[in-house]
Design a protein around this ligand. Structure first.
Ligand code: FAD
Length: 519
């Protein structure tokens, strides 16, 4: 992972360092292909760091009779729970049931039974109303009939991307962030011959030869490859979240519930020591090249939903720690409401250019293999292998002395083999927790040294998620953060001032739930 690349030919260039591109990269490198992955901004800068962080079957897709998508998602969830243990973790959900609102008990029982059958595990159960009240303090009890408990899974989305890229790089792949793919290069017959790239830091342009290019640019996909299906185009749909501390919103299980006004499904999800409330689903009218942010209307909508389900929480905008927004790459035929749009993916092939877009974080492996199988004829004759292999091949060994087992497990799940260097470099205070977070200081040092950090925002929003979970985005801890990473980043005072000022501006504009003009 980094910024240095000797400009030679490769077998495959992957444009887009979100979960889709990272999944393709990981599997292609495993097959011995010489691969280059590029992202115009940071790895996971796009949608893949801004999701609801669920690895889920998607109960709501069952309601819309999207059995194929649910089955694929449930299979992937089960696989990732084992193969990415610690990074992908089980999470209990409660869905409260109300008289005369939302689905009834019979409908939920049927849906959850199908969900469990698809997973081949029987895990849901009915809860009487008194048990729901115990489990969700402050829940709206008016007409509460009971509820269902069921299981799904959650992830640190950006770390999933970085783990996939990290393993690919350690096995010989090359990955460059802040490298923009300007255009696809072709020969006289229109066959792909490579890609024209630009280093965003210097403006330097260069070309890389390759017989195949994967366009995994999510919501940007049609810029490199306009849809070949006249009726099907990308519809950017924004989803936003509010983030609360557990003191303000004390829930131990996730809650799946319906908005009192438009009846859309929403979630309250404990994650990384905080609680996420989301999400919205709206046409994104803004420029997709600019960082998206929650709007006032979305804040009101989410707070209205919270008031409906936990009225006694009495939370306001000022109580939120942070907010974040992302834009879904959804393929649309038109004529549907945002929430009715399918989350299926599409693969388009054009003489060596293979575009993959749509889909979900959960199904990234499936997307990767559909893409690679489409790209293979342009690269080599032999089929690619390993579709059934475990997603990560780096295996965790015995917990080293002096390191807690849970910490070691957590670090390995995020850094793979990099954990060894992380621990070696950790000074006496390195394994202490950064206050208010589940991260240890040595993670910052490791990321700064080994994970291609170009800007402060890369470190605080994606390598660790301090920017999402600490009030003020970690700006209050900047002196300590600088002390830990400055030896690796080699920024002088002027650069530090600029990085901090840029990060402050970004955080205030796009992650602060109460930007100064609202106070
Ligand atoms: C609010 C929200 C909640 C969601 N929740 C869930 C969930 O809980 N579970 C789930 O499974 N899915 C969820 N999703 C969907 C999931 O996040 C996306 O499907 C997935 O992250 C898309 O990944 P991607 O790699 O295709 O796109 P992206 O992550 O957007 O990656 C594309 C990358 O391409 C780069 N790029 C674009 N153009 C160029 C270029 N010309 N040159 C170089 N790089 C370029 C971009 O910078 C970007 O980093 C959610 C989505 C949203 C918005």
């Amino acid at each position: 992972m980094g910024r240095c690349f000797e400009k030679s030919a490769v077998d495959l260039v992957i444009v887009g360092g979100g979960v889709t591109g990272a999944g393709v990269f990981r599997e292609a490198v495993r097959n011995g292909l010489r691969c280059l992955l590029v992202d115009q901004k940071d790895f996971a800068w796009g949608t893949s760091s801004r999701s609801s962080k669920l690895i889920h079957g998607g109960l709501r897709y069952l309601k819309e009779a999207q059995f194929k998508l649910t089955l694929e998602s449930v299979k992937e969830r089960e696989r990732l729970l084992t193969e990415a243990e610690g990074l992908v973790s089980p999470i209990d959900f409660i869905m409260p049931l109300y008289d005369g609102a939302g689905p009834g008990r019979a409908a939920m029982a049927a849906g959850l039974t199908v969900y469990d059958i698809l997973a081949k595990k029987f895990r849901h159960r009915y809860l009487r109303s008194h048990r729901v009240k115990e489990l969700i303090p402050g829940i709206n009890t008016e007409t509460l009939k009971g509820g269902y408990l069921f299981m799904d899974a959650q992830v640190d989305d950006a770390r999933l991307v970085l783990r996939l890229i990290g393993e690919g790089v350690r096995q010989g792949g090359r990955a460059l962030n802040y490298t923009y793919a300007r255009s696809i290069l072709r020969d006289a017959e229109g066959r792909v011959t490579g890609v024209s790239l630009m280093d965003q830091a210097t403006g330097a342009e260069f070309e890389v030869s390759a017989p195949a290019v994967v366009n995994a640019t999510g919501v940007w996909a049609e810029a490199l490859h306009p849809s070949p299906e006249a009726h099907l185009h990308l519809r950017p749909l924004r989803g936003s979240h509010l983030v609360f501390s557990r003191e303000k919103l004390p829930v131990d299980q996730a809650i799946s519930f319906f908005h009192p006004t438009d009846k859309r499904p929403l979630f309250i999800i404990p994650w990384e020591g905080v609680v996420l409330l989301g999400t919205t689903d709206l046409d994104h009218e803004g420029d997709v090249n600019l960082e998206p942010a929650i709007t006032d209307a979305e804040v009101e909508y989410l707070l209205g939903a919270l008031k409906g389900v936990i009225p006694h929480a009495g939370l306001t905008r000022e109580d939120a720690l942070t907010s974040f927004a992302g834009v879904r790459p959804v393929l649309s035929e038109g004529g549907k409401s945002a929430s009715q749009e399918s989350r299926e993916h599409a693969v388009w092939v054009d003489r060596g250019l293979v575009t993959v877009t749509g889909g979900k974080l959960t199904t990234f492996r499936k997307l990767a293999w559909d893409t690679l199988n489409a790209a293979q004829p342009f690269i080599r004759e032999d089929p690619l292998t390993g579709e059934g292999d475990a997603v990560f091949s780096e295996r965790r060994g015995t917990t080293p002395e002096g390191v807690g087992h849970e910490l070691y497990k957590r670090l390995w799940s995020r850094y793979g083999k990099g954990t060894l260097a992380l621990l070696q470099g950790a000074g006496p205070q390195g394994l202490e927790l950064i206050s208010g977070t589940p991260y240890v200081w040595a993670e910052l040092a490791y990321a700064a040294e080994h994970e291609g950090v170009c800007h402060l925002e890369d470190l605080l929003l994606r390598r660790v998620r301090i920017g999402l979970i600490l009030k003020n985005g970690g700006l209050d801890q900047m002196a300590s953060i600088r002390a830990v990473v400055e030896n690796y980043l080699n920024w002088d005072d002027e650069r530090w001032e600029k990085e901090v000022a840029d990060y402050r501006r970004l955080w205030q504009g796009c992650y602060n739930p109460c930007p100064p003009e609202n106070k």
